[in-house]
Design a binder for this molecule. Structure first.
Ligand code: FEO
Length: 409
């Protein structure tokens, strides 16, 4: 069913209630939607399509409003298949429609679909008049592909932002203020953490450019999830906060354990953090969804990573977490490492090296325990957590750490 979102502007997308993994990189516990927008004027424009399996739904939703053949322009803000997959089916119905997109997007669409469509490439500041309404384009490379752009409907102060500001969330409602905002914000953070984190410098520049341009924004309609119609600047401000490397003064303890000894250390460290008056979350990586953990990394100033040692390195569930951190490169974090071992104790060094390679400050010496930490050693774990939490509270790194500490030696 289509939904009117502004005068002569309609949501005509599709709801994917059962999507549980998005482009094979992160989990979508709440499903998603592929949002397309139809702007009906003297000329008709469709902004973004949907994923291929939903092509007929898109065409049906358009047909509820106008004959699809009336479409003059198909704007493709971004070529990834969740937004372009329906193009072959749609363009069969409107073969003379012009596709408006960035030059990079044109190249990607040609390679993805080998089409013989009519393209007009656009740049920031280019405009297309539909009649009463004007579409204005804003290139937004790496939000989140090099081809990405936003379409701005001037007369409605409506920003059609594609992936940016979106959330993977299936819902029978179309607006943020109609659903559980807690889930919306969780999904906004998860999208940023898993997709946009490596590009914060570019994102910051783009958001500054939009703010400096002074264009009024009354509504932000992304291509996933629900639409921001009440104070949409909240989500722009949140993006700016993360792009600036800001995070709440809380600590994530991410670890895995072989015989519960590293888990015992994790609990004592978490207690110490809590005793210092800092919020803490401890998660065992082998029992966690990595894309959820990345969201927690985004939202936490402090990160403590722990692992038992096996074969002189970290446990299998810790390795991919560290590897992904190197790609995501979280900004302005404070970190340290811990773990138990039988005889070698290589895991802490491996963690510290990976954190440094991810550009994260390791601010205090790693803590290691042989086999089971005893009562005194657990007390040292508690102090370790407390000391780290104090640094997070002060939000400044002390002098570079010295060598790791092995408890009981
Ligand atoms: Fe929603 Fe980058 O695709």
């Amino acid at each position: 069913m289509h939904v009117k979102i502004a005068d002569d502007v309609y949501w005509v997308g599709a709801i994917d209630w059962n999507l549980r993994i998005y482009h094979n990189t992160y989990s979508t516990h709440h499903g998603t939607s592929y949002n397309s927008y139809l702007i009906v004027d003297d000329k008709v424009a469709l902004v973004d399509a949907v994923y291929a399996p939903f092509s007929e739904e898109l065409i049906e939703h358009i047909s509820e409003i106008i004959p699809p053949e009336r479409i003059s322009y198909v704007v493709v803000n971004h070529s990834e298949p969740d937004h372009s997959g329906a193009l072959p089916a749609l363009m069969k119905r409107v073969p003379k429609a012009k596709i408006l997109c960035t030059d990079k997007c044109k190249g990607y669409l040609e390679k993805l679909y080998y089409p013989n469509w009519e393209f007009t490439t656009v740049k920031t500041g280019d405009e297309v008049r539909l009649g009463r309404k004007t579409l204005s384009f804003i290139e937004a490379p790496m939000m989140h592909w090099p081809d990405s752009m936003f379409t701005y409907v001037k007369e409605d102060s409506l920003l059609l932002s594609n992936d940016a500001f979106g959330q993977h969330m299936a819902s029978s409602q179309r607006f943020v203020d109609e659903v559980d905002e807690g889930i919306v914000w969780e999904e906004v953070a998860k999208y940023f953490a898993n997709t946009l984190y490596p590009f914060t410098a570019l994102i910051k520049r783009k958001l500054d450019e939009i703010k400096d341009s002074g264009i009024p924004i009354k509504m932000i309609a992304p291509s996933h999830g629900v639409i921001w119609r009440k104070d949409p600047h909240r989500v722009i401000d949140k993006y700016m906060y993360w792009a600036d490397g800001m995070a709440e003064k809380k600590v994530l303890v991410a670890y895995d354990t072989m015989w519960e000894n590293t888990a015992a250390m994790a609990r004592a460290i978490a207690d110490g953090i809590q005793a210092a008056g800092v919020d803490v979350k401890a998660c065992r990586l082998s029992a966690s969804d990595l894309s959820d953990v990345h969201k927690d990394v985004l939202e936490s100033k402090g990160l403590i990573v722990g692992s038992s040692t096996v074969n002189n390195t970290v446990l299998p569930a810790v390795a991919p977490f560290l590897e992904e951190l190197k790609g995501l490169r979280p900004k302005n974090k404070l970190a340290c490492a811990f773990g138990s071992h039988g005889w070698g104790g290589g895991a802490v060094k491996v963690i510290e090296k990976a954190l440094q390679q991810a550009g994260i400050d390791v601010i205090q010496p790693g803590l290691m325990a042989r086999h089971s930490p005893d009562r005194d050693e657990l007390k040292k774990c508690f102090e370790f957590g407390k000391r780290f939490a104090e640094a997070v509270k002060q939000d400044e790194a002390p002098a570079k750490p010295s060598a790791s500490v092995i408890l009981g030696e």
